[in-house]
Design a binder for this molecule. Structure first.
Ligand code: GUN
Length: 291
């Protein structure tokens, strides 16, 4: 049996339709939601992500500001800009694209963003709120994954979920969100002794490691829902240089019940949920919430 494909582009289009209505409602009150994006350095993947984020804003009726800094910029310049954006009442969301160059203290940069404008949900205060089961902003990629699971009605209560990857951006917040839905969550990582032992038990498998096609069909439980967060490139073969995920799609789709592809899976959903968080920030400000 071949798996159902979880189409991130189609789901994004559906969610963005709902977001357009929210943007229009704000606009009718004279409010233009606004996202500021800061990119430091010349990482080509980051440049593409930022370009896609800014383009998505434009289509969704969200104003965007984009600041690009050279890789050797003095961190004080970036901190000063964040302070300015924090104080600007017309700016609702602030995002600093990661990774930052090595001479930056990334944690300090994230802490400098006003928590009520932290649409990535990376500020310690927002991470704490998520951990306590009372999120203010849900990090965009895990938020998108939750929407994808909802779209295929994957049963969550009591489900065995395996998250492969323990990053602050995906793995950890993903586990918290699934735990809040009463899943039994296992987090695997580079030091996990027998990865396949864990993945084969998973009703829901989330791959977020950043290693080309490391999850193969034989590591998947028949009928499982598989979400591929990886964004890698084929290192060899006829598709060398093209995008691929952490999951070997061809073998996995023969075993899984539902699976998200790369590209066209999690990627578009991440950007959609960034728009959702920006609108949320603007709506909260409009309703007088300060926090
Ligand atoms: N780099 C990779 N993913 C992300 C993300 O979701 N937000 C930010 N700010 N940087 C990233």
């Amino acid at each position: 049996m071949t798996a159902r494909i979880i189409d991130g582009n189609a789901l994004s289009a559906q969610v963005r339709g709902q977001l357009a209505e929210r943007a229009a409602a704000l606009s009718s009150r004279g409010i233009t939601p606004c996202l500021a994006v800061l990119l430091v350095g010349e990482d080509p993947a980051s440049a593409v992500y930022v370009r896609n984020k800014v383009a998505a804003c434009e289509k969704a009726g969200v104003r965007s500001l984009k600041d690009v800094y050279p890789p050797d910029v003095d961190p004080a310049v970036v901190f000063a800009r964040i302070a300015e954006l924090n104080a600007d009442p017309a700016v609702h969301g602030i995002l600093v694209q990661l990774p930052l160059p090595k001479h930056f203290d990334a944690e300090a940069v994230l802490e400098a963003i006003a928590p009520e404008k932290d649409v990535d949900g990376f500020h310690a205060e927002n991470v704490g709120a998520l951990m306590q089961g009372n999120p203010r902003f849900i990090p965009c990629t895990p938020y998108g994954v939750m929407k994808m699971l909802e779209s295929v009605a994957a049963p969550l209560k009591g489900a065995e979920v395996v998250v492969v990857g323990r990053s602050n951006i995906v793995g950890k917040p993903m586990a918290m969100l699934l735990l809040a839905q009463s899943c039994t969550v296992t987090i695997c990582h580079s030091q996990t002794r027998d990865l396949a032992f864990h993945t084969r038990r998973a009703d829901i498998l989330i791959a977020a490691v950043g290693r080309e096609r490391m999850i193969t069909g034989d590591m998947i439980k028949p009928g499982a829902t598989v979400i591929d967060v990886g964004m890698n490139r084929f290192s060899s073969g006829p598709n060398a240089g093209k995008l691929c995920g952490d999951v070997d799609f061809d073998s996995a789709k023969e075993v899984a019940g539902a699976i998200s592809p790369v590209p066209g899976g999690v990627g578009p959903m991440t950007i959609t949920m960034l728009l959702a968080n920006t609108l949320e920030a603007a709506e909260r400000k409009a309703s007088g919430e300060t926090k």
